[in-house]
Design a protein around this ligand. Structure first.
Ligand code: 13P
Length: 252
């Protein structure tokens, strides 16, 4: 039995058309199951209102965003404000995903502004950290992650710390089919917990990187792994459901 609630978070990245979304939920609704875990999905921003509507009728899945702007409002063409996300009832936002860091050049300092603003608006924040393969091979994993945590989470207050979650996603495991072993992941998760300044024992720490129905159980057996941030396997209802089912079992 897990001390903390187990979360399965689907990061749909830039995938899914309206037809695929409707198939996903039709398939999900056929598979009657009692969800004991938290099941969350972050679709493309444009699809958030549609998913919120569907989630409202199905009642069991919460909807979030994959990113937000570091500013509240203003002349920032193409950006999405955390205020607007909170305004439409979004539950959570992913900040600092490695694709945002590597493709869009987002640094820890700007991510810190996003984290603080999202928390200010009452959004739950999934703050992502993780090392590249080169950093792991150079034995820099802990240093890289400590830096991502200390700058990215600077000035988070005790009042909002309960809204914060961490996702450990080793960059070399994302979309590669190469998962960190449960032991490798647990080692980093335990280290992250020791570095959290606020609410450390209660903070949900998710693992992400090629999580699939056939490797989730061993990950969830680890003391400090409280769920998963899932890319590819969250796109298919059958896989997403299998992940939620494992997570629900881990909670009992
Ligand atoms: P995959 O599960 O496809 O490896 O993606 C992980 C990820 O980036 C989730 O945010």
């Amino acid at each position: 039995m897990k001390k903390r609630e187990v979360h399965i978070v689907g990061n749909w990245k830039m995938h899914q058309t309206l037809v695929e979304i409707s198939h996903f939920f039709i398939e999900m609704s056929k598979m009657k199951m009692e969800l004991k875990c938290k099941a969350w999905i972050a679709p493309q921003s444009i699809h958030i209102p549609i998913l919120k509507e569907i989630a409202f009728t199905t009642g069991s899945i919460q909807i979030g965003a994959q990113n937000c702007c570091e500013h509240e409002s203003g002349a920032y063409t193409g950006e999405v404000s955390p205020l607007a996300l909170a305004d439409i009832g979004v539950e959570f936002v992913i900040i600092g995903h490695s694709e945002r860091r590597s493709i869009y050049g987002e640094k820890n300092e700007v991510l810190n502004k996003k984290v603080l603003l999202a928390l200010k608006h009452g959004l739950k924040v999934i703050y992502c950290v993780g090392e590249t393969l080169a950093e792991r091979e150079a034995e820099q994993t802990f240093n890289v992650i400590e830096n991502q945590l200390s700058i990215g989470l600077r000035n988070v207050t005790p009042e909002s710390a309960h809204l914060l979650m961490i996702a450990y996603e080793p960059v070399w495991a994302i979309g590669t089919g190469k998962t960190a072993t449960a032991e490798q992941a647990e080692e980093v998760h335990a280290h992250i917990r020791t570095k959290l300044k606020l609410n450390a024992e209660q903070t949900i720490i998710l693992y992400g990187g090629s999580v699939k129905p056939d490797n989730i159980d061993s990950l969830l057996r680890q003391e400090n792994i409280d769920g998963a941030l899932v890319g590819g396997a969250s796109l298919k209802a059958q896989d997403f459901r299998a992940l939620c089912s494992s997570a629900s079992t881990a909670m009992m």
